[in-house]
Design a protein around this ligand. Structure first.
Ligand code: SAJ
Length: 419
């Protein structure tokens, strides 16, 4: 099977790097996105997200004519769907973007095409996607009804790359490939072998879907353990980061790091896809989600306590009309990226602003323009003016702060950076 033209639907944090890597292997790539700004930016050889080295790869791919973006799907030999899968009320998976993407590509499908769902999805979503495609194209046959003889091949191949390391992990990580039939899987393996150096391991679609959800739930449960420890240690007067470092000296213990909560569009979301499918059985997975979701509120309470203590000090009594300045360092959901999705730091800052008990000075060095929800401040200004410093994200800029500048401040370090 030859894949001359590849179409990637959804040019976000996963779709754009994937499109660019295919293009760097001299495949003709058509990127499709409903966001006209993203389409225009990419066609100028630029990028609308922050990911190390991606700008260079996209620039080369576009200038050499291998990558082009459009808002309307065009015919191709393989289609990769990499659109968001959020949850809706009651933590139920919301497949509306997969539905819209399937219905958008269905009209341009032709016999022999391969359609791959890359978006993290609840079990059964790939079969559902194949049904949506079949609904629009009764003239073509699909694997759910025609098995190995089908005109169209369909597979799930979940993305597993770590934001901040996407280009390296795309090439090096193993891929789990779950076709709706063995032929679908082999076609998908052949496609990914264009650039994947890791192993392409074949299974069925439902196992591939559950595999991705399992990986992220495993991490969520382990972070919840660290977050729970941090709250226990606070009550016991123990430094949790020292404790974890010591416990991790045991050969079979490897505890993750506590923080202000779990953010991002993956780990804070995907475990719910398991819980919503089997609510009575997924007890530990649900509790872990609840522990991690509780953590931002626990931090807000810590800030409120710090404000109360600050107000009680003598300086405040002299100028008691002044609200304390709270320097909130970092808004992204983790270090050295610009992604604010499901960020616990954003939740904490919003809540502090709403409380009216302090003047919030938020600083996010990775967000330069287009952010207008509340004012952002330069790091220098925050360090000069803040009475209380709340470290929310362990960005390199904050790790490197001269400790002398912190001496006069009340510090709340949610990441254990200034220890
Ligand atoms: N976090 C902690 N403590 C830790 C590690 C992480 O509080 O010790 C927090 C981070 O600050 C962040 C959140 O957890 O708020 C998630 O960060 P992350 O680095 O663990 O993961 P993501 O969301 O950037 O990427 C994950 C990865 N999954 C796993 O490592 C199992 C990635 O491989 C997936 O491709 C990605 O989800 C995804 O797209 O699903």
């Amino acid at each position: 099977m030859q894949f001359e033209t590849i179409s990637v639907i959804g040019l976000g944090y996963i779709g754009l790097p994937t499109a660019a890597v295919f293009a760097s292997r001299k495949k003709k790539v058509i990127g499709v996105d409903v966001n006209q700004h993203a389409v225009d930016t990419i066609n100028q050889g630029k990028i609308h997200i922050i990911e190390p080295d991606l700008d260079m790869v996209v620039q080369t791919a576009v200038s050499q004519g291998y990558l082009r973006a459009t808002s309307t799907p065009e015919p191709a030999d393989a289609f990769l769907i990499a659109v968001p899968t959020p949850f809706k009320d009651g933590h139920q998976p919301d497949l509306r973007y997969i539905e819209a993407a399937s219905k958008a590509i269905a009209p341009v499908l032709k016999k022999g095409d391969l359609v791959i769902l890359e978006s993290t999805s609840p079990v059964g979503a790939t079969e559902q996607m194949a049904d949506w495609l079949a609904e629009v194209r009764p003239d073509l046959t699909f694997p759910q009804t025609h098995g190995e003889q089908s005109d169209i091949r369909v597979a799930h191949c979940p993305e597993r790359v770590l934001p901040g390391h996407v280009l390296r992990e795309l090439v090096q990580n193993d891929r789990v490939i779950g076709g709706l039939s063995p032929k679908c899987s082999s076609a998908a393996v052949e496609l990914y072998k264009t650039f994947v150096l890791g192993e392409c391991i074949v299974t069925n679609a439902r196992t591939a879907e559950m595999c991705k959800l399992t990986e992220n739930s495993f991490r969520d449960v382990n972070i919840a353990f660290a977050n729970e420890l941090s709250m226990i240690c606070d009550k016991q007067g123990i430094n949790v980061w020292d404790l974890i470092r010591l416990a991790n000296r045991h050969p079979r213990v490897n505890i993750l790091q506590p923080g202000p909560g779990v953010g991002g569009h993956c780990i804070a979301v995907d475990p719910w896809f398991i819980v919503s499918a089997v609510p009575d059985d997924a007890k530990l997975i649900r509790t872990a989600r609840e522990v991690n979701d509780l953590k931002p509120h626990w931090i807000i309470n810590k800030v409120k306590e710090a404000i109360a203590a600050w107000k009680a000090n003598s300086e405040f009594k002299i100028q008691n009309s002044k609200l304390p300045n709270i320097g909130c360092l970092g808004l992204a959901f983790k270090a050295n990226i610009d992604d604010l999705r499901e960020s616990p730091a954003m939740e904490i800052v919003r809540e502090l602003i709403k409380s009216g008990i302090c003047r919030v000075m938020a600083c996010e060095p990775n967000v330069n323009s287009g952010f207008d929800e509340f004012p952002l401040y330069e790091l220098g200004e925050v360090l000069r003016e803040a009475d209380i410093l709340l470290l929310l994200v362990d960005h390199d800029e904050f790790k490197g702060i001269d400790r002398e500048l912190l001496k006069e401040k009340v510090l709340i370090d949610t990441r254990g950076v200034w220890r």
